[in-house]
Design a protein around this ligand. Sequence first.
Ligand SMILES: NC(=O)c1ccc[n+]([C@@H]2O[C@H](COP(=O)([O-])OP(=O)(O)OC[C@H]3O[C@@H](n4cnc5c(N)ncnc54)[C@H](OP(=O)(O)O)[C@@H]3O)[C@@H](O)[C@H]2O)c1
Length: 322
Amino acid sequence: MGRAFLRLLISKETELRRRYDIRWRLAGVATRRNGWVADPDGLNPIAILNGHFPPHPSHQAQDFREWLERCRADLLFEASSLNAQTGQPAIDHLRTALELGAHAITANKGPIVHAFRELIALAQEKKKQFLFESTVMDGVPIFSMFPLGLPVTDLRGFSGVLNSTTNVVLTEVEKGRSFDEAVRRAQTLGVAESDPTADLDGWDAAVKVAALAIVLMGVPVKLEQVQRTGIRELSEEKIRSVRGAGMRYKLVCRAERRGDGADCSVKPELLLASDPLANLEGTSSAIRFDLDVFGLSIVEHNPGIEATGYGMLADFVRAVQL
Ligand SMILES: NC(=O)c1ccc[n+]([C@@H]2O[C@H](COP(=O)([O-])OP(=O)(O)OC[C@H]3O[C@@H](n4cnc5c(N)ncnc54)[C@H](OP(=O)(O)O)[C@@H]3O)[C@@H](O)[C@H]2O)c1
């Protein structure tokens, strides 16, 4: 995901300069295995993409805060692996960036579920942006649409198919692949998390439901309050036989406002072919918002990993222009 974003940043460099007068320099890169590499004068992004990290010790910091201070970065892009239970270490990364006066952009849903209010408050205090568009439906402007694009509406609930891995797996099993082959296909496409358990058991989708309910409905949903069933309970035969009968299983996410709270769930549902959610193929995802004044559906057709990178790129433009 981080690499996809960097590729997009490089390919859009001229456009960013010409259309938005935005220039950027890669002041640091950090990964678990490559350590904390910093150079405020600018690292070579192509070399980094090719896996060449500067070996000189002067480029390496000992911990995250020291690294970010050495980078003297105006903006942090956080794309570490999802920890659904705690949101760490991403929360600490984002908090530190905001404390040091940098905008904080993340693709990681964990911090939204576990620390949204704290991070938004800190961003406001520091007059910086905390943005997270790519956490749900990649580059689709779900979060940016509210509240400006839909003022004075009341979001009563939403439903959708929001996990690409399970959609790819179900689609591939329908075509005759085994469950394991279908999971490998999702990994090849770059949509499966490093540990696909989070996708298959519905954790990724549950985190998305909680994130949407927290941010868009203002309900402080905890992850354990999302009723969650994954797709492992479905047998390959079951998935193929219902397809033969014109129906499809999809991992459906739902939230519905109930008083001050919300009923939230993730579970495989058997959908009729006439249901718009049934027609989603491969990595496609969709959401239907139930607003008090109308219903609104958005479909993202077969995104690749660059679509997630685009969410971060769009946040970048928003952060420096807001
Ligand atoms: N892939 C997608 O389609 C997609 C879509 C939307 C959102 N996201 C979110 O974007 C994030 C990244 O996704 P991904 O698919 O690229 O995940 P990934 O393959 O697991 O890569 C995560 C990256 O974070 C680094 N990392 C993990 N823990 C770290 C730590 N403690 N300190 C520093 N670096 C650490 C890893 O470093 P090493 O490689 O050195 O271990 C790796 O570079 C996740 O939160 C995911 O939920 C992904």
